[in-house]
Design a protein around this ligand. Structure first.
Ligand code: SAM
Length: 287
């Protein structure tokens, strides 16, 4: 295969359409590598909130496990739907939504393997989220194709929000599709990381950019077309977007790097994790 030149990394404006198009293609191209590299850490039916390895079974951020049975759950930016499979195994009825067709094809692959090995039945999953796997939907997080008040819970482990230009819109969409009292829990790169190079080693320990600079990180091709985009919000921005959407922030979890985790994940490493927060998990409720 003929490879093109390496994309150029820059900081410039990138709107909703350009970001969505670039990231859909990027995730389609990179889904195989992502699942090969991180699938083992995530577990086919695991619920991990981020590279620190914080597990929903231990964290309980979605509420007591016993309360998940029968709940309609929307997972946003699901990738291969590992979290949805964990939820299904606890009796929930998850819908896994992602922008990337290739990521969702990996979800189907894992579901097919589980069916062949019978592990979906052994793990106790049943119904819509069980033998058939979670329902899968290809859509943009900014345009949720669901009726108002159709979910009891919404969650996202690093899905969509770091990549979306109009994150306020995503929160409004989630508030719209949640029933009153429903929780919205999502993890993103901790905003503090924006000021540091995305490197796991010593070079990632020296601030080199402004935490306050919201200019997107863009990788672009030789014609100047974005091929990958990340958007930054400060902690205050996130809180204001959440509350403006009619949601109430009830907790902000900053997982510490545990001693057992010796694995690097891109710029997340034990070295940096001991000194700096790497993930922020926002727990919100729709009143
Ligand atoms: C870092 S991965 C996380 C996937 C999964 N939650 C996990 O923990 O492995 C980010 C996911 O967000 C998806 N994504 C990016 N932009 C999106 C958007 N605008 N709407 C929906 N999903 C999006 C990507 O396709 C990708 O699968």
């Amino acid at each position: 295969m003929i490879q093109g030149p390496e994309p150029e990394a820059t900081r410039r404006k990138a709107g909703a359409t350009e970001s969505s198009r670039a990231n859909r293609r990027w995730w389609d191209r990179n889904a195989d590598d992502y699942q090969r590299e991180h699938g083992g850490f995530l577990g086919d039916a695991g619920f991990v909130w981020g590279p620190e390895g914080l597990d929903e079974a231990a964290a309980g951020l979605l509420g007591p496990v016993a309360g998940l049975a029968g709940k309609a759950v929307l997972e946003i930016g699901s990738g291969a739907a590992q979290c949805s499979r964990w939820l299904a195994a606890r009796g929930a009825r998850p819908v896994a939504l992602d922008l990337s067709l290739r990521q969702l094809q990996h979800a189907r692959r894992i579901d097919g393997q589980a069916r062949e090995s019978g592990s979906d039945r052994e793990s106790g999953s049943a119904g819509r989220g069980g033998a058939a796997g979670p329902a899968l939907v290809q859509a943009d997080a900014g345009h949720l194709p669901f009726a108002d008040a159709s979910f009891d819970l919404a969650c996202s482990a690093y899905g969509a929000l770091p990549f979306v230009a109009d994150t306020a819109r995503v929160h409004r969409e989630v508030a719209r599709v949640l029933r009153p009292g429903g929780r919205w829990v999502f993890s993103v790169t901790h905003p503090v990381r924006w000021a540091f190079p995305d490197e796991p080693g010593e070079e990632g320990l020296t601030a080199s950019a402004s935490y306050f600079d919201r200019t997107p990180y863009v990788e672009q091709d030789a014609r100047g077309l974005a091929v990958y985009v990340e958007h930054h919000r400060t902690l205050g921005d996130r809180v204001r977007e959440i509350t403006a959407a009619g949601l109430r922030l009830v907790d902000l979890v900053e997982p510490e790097w545990p001693a057992w985790n010796t694995q690097e994940w891109g710029g997340w490493s034990p070295l940096r994790g001991r000194l700096l927060p790497g993930t922020a998990i926002f727990c919100c409720v729709r009143d």
